[in-house]
Design a protein around this ligand. Structure first.
Ligand code: FES
Length: 106
């Protein structure tokens, strides 16, 4: 699916993310700077915080307890649409979705 990442400074990057990849993997592999992913995707650092749009929110299952716990630790403002990009696996239904990235991850 094509997924667009918008940095806090407005820079936009659209990636064709392979199905099954996490959005954190795709962003870090393609130089999207607003996602750090320091723990490598094990839901233990909260440096892959992102804000999902309505399309993405509709496709996603509710966050698991581990993700909810880590969302307590995000560096920037936590919003109702805050998620961790390492816990989002790309699927075809997400095609055209946009995620916005916070100004800081640490
Ligand atoms: Fe560490 Fe997502 S990469 S919590």
């Amino acid at each position: 699916p094509n997924i667009t990442f918008i940095e806090a400074n407005g820079q936009s990057t659209t990636l064709d993310v392979p199905e099954g990849w996490s959005l954190m993997q795709a962003a870090t592999a393609n130089g999207v700077e607003g996602i750090l992913g320091e723990c490598g995707g094990s839901c233990a650092c909260a440096t892959c915080h992102c804000y999902v749009d309505d399309l993405m929110a509709k496709v996603l299952a509710a966050p698991a307890q581990g993700e909810l716990d880590m969302l307590e630790n995000v560096a920037d403002e936590r919003r109702p649409n805050s998620r961790l990009a390492c816990q989002i696996k790309a699927s075809a239904a997400m095609d055209g979705a946009t995620v916005r990235l916070p100004a800081t991850q640490e």
